[in-house]
Design a protein around this ligand. Structure first.
Ligand code: SAH
Ligand code: SF4
Length: 349
């Protein structure tokens, strides 16, 4: 860990506590961690040279023992709706994507937590490429720092862990990244504006609630085990009743709700009866529903719902007092929308 390993350490992913230990290991004062953290996350420094409130000797020492990890920009695509998709190259050549979504006064950044994904959901293009590796906390946090550098006029206040990968399958690095992002000396993201989305890893949902205060989104996508088994293999391990029970027990921060993501697939989970059953299942849970019409590009045998069905499904929920919005897929024309992030190694993928 910090200070023990002699290879240069990536400071971008270090929590405040880890950075303190790192400074002590260098024989420096504890408060140096505050200065360096602010330079990296607030000053967006990409090297130690400009850290003018540190002595030259200290800067030289830092450059020898550590680095500030930043992904290289491989490509940026802009959608007609203003959404931007960044393709980043990591140190080992792997490619990941982050999506910047403008939303009125503020912007949301959707970050990746893994290269690929092992969960194999049938609805999802990321699932199709399989699992390559976990991202480090530094690689998760640096997506925000890189986006802010590339788009100085953006106002990224919200982060969603909804890009490539299953965040809770990369639990430790996800939690470290959350601690950095929400630390007062860090990039200044409020926990109220940070959402982790999971396909439903039940033990890790409970563990997340114990470790950090953060908002939770769950890709439910179905109202029966039969439906869910057909599109999400994880359901065989943690069936609906067990998942819903975990949601009931999640220590929801006051005034917040769990976001239930529900990808509508034509003739699979989009009937009025499905909508009514969804209301019933969510009755004991403080939830709101995001309805996402399936992006069917590149998927075999699954189709997008008809627009009338989507409206009707939403009406059934709202008529029964369940908050429900239809999340139009942003950046669809550049495949930046949900379930469309599929870069791994080949930029042409
Ligand atoms: N692995 C996490 C986070 C990334 S997936 C999770 O599954 O929650 C982000 C969201 O995209 C999920 O809600 C998923 O259900 C949705 N999604 C996946 N494929 C999609 C597709 N083809 N069309 C629309 N939404 C999709
Ligand atoms: Fe992985 Fe989420 Fe896609 Fe499922 S929907 S394959 S969990 S990224």
């Amino acid at each position: 860990m910090a200070g023990v390993d002699s290879s240069p350490q990536d400071l971008t992913g270090m929590t405040h506590g880890e950075l303190e230990q790192f400074m002590l290991g260098l024989g420096k004062e504890r408060y140096r961690s505050i200065q360096v953290m602010k330079w990296i996350h607030q000053g967006l420094a990409d090297s130690f040279q400009g850290m003018t409130n540190l002595s030259k000797e200290f800067r030289r020492q830092l450059a020898e023992k550590s680095f500030i990890g930043i992904p290289a920009l491989e490509r940026v695509e802009r959608s007609h709706d203003g959404t931007r998709k960044f393709l980043f190259r990591l140190g080992d050549g792997n490619l990941i994507e982050s999506v910047l979504i403008p939303e009125g006064h503020h912007d949301t950044l959707c970050v990746s937590t893994q290269v690929g994904c092992a969960m194999g959901c049938r609805i999802c293009r990321t699932g199709k490429i399989g699992f390559v590796r976990n991202l480090t906390a530094g690689e998760i946090v640096s997506q925000l720092l890189a986006a802010r550098r590339l788009m100085p006029e953006s106002r990224i206040t919200n982060i969603v862990f909804m890009g490539m990968g299953e965040p809770l399958a990369n639990f430790d690095e996800t939690v470290r990244a959350i601690r950095v992002l929400t630390h007062p000396n860090g990039p200044g993201i409020s926990w109220r504006r940070l959402t982790v989305s999971t396909s439903g890893l039940v033990p890790q949902i409970a563990a997340l609630g114990r470790e950090v205060k953060v908002k939770l989104a769950v890709s439910l996508n179905a109202v029966t085990d039969e439906q869910r088994n057909a599109i999400m293999p994880i359901n065989r391990r943690y069936p609906l009743s067990i998942l819903l029970d975990a949601l009931k027990r999640y220590p929801l921060p006051r005034g917040t709700r769990i976001t239930i993501e529900y990808v509508l697939v034509r003739d699979l989970n989009d009937s009025d009866a499905d909508a009514r059953l969804l209301v019933k299942l969510l009755n004991p849970i403080r939830a709101k529903v995001n309805l996402i019409p399936l992006n069917s590009e590149g998927l075999d045998g699954l189709e997008s719902p008809l627009p009338d069905r989507v409206r009707r499904f939403q009406e059934v929920l709202i008529a029964r007092s369940l908050m429900a919005i239809v999340r139009e897929s942003r950046g669809r024309d550049i495949l930046a929308a949900c379930g469309q992030l599929a870069a791994a190694r080949d930029p042409a993928a």
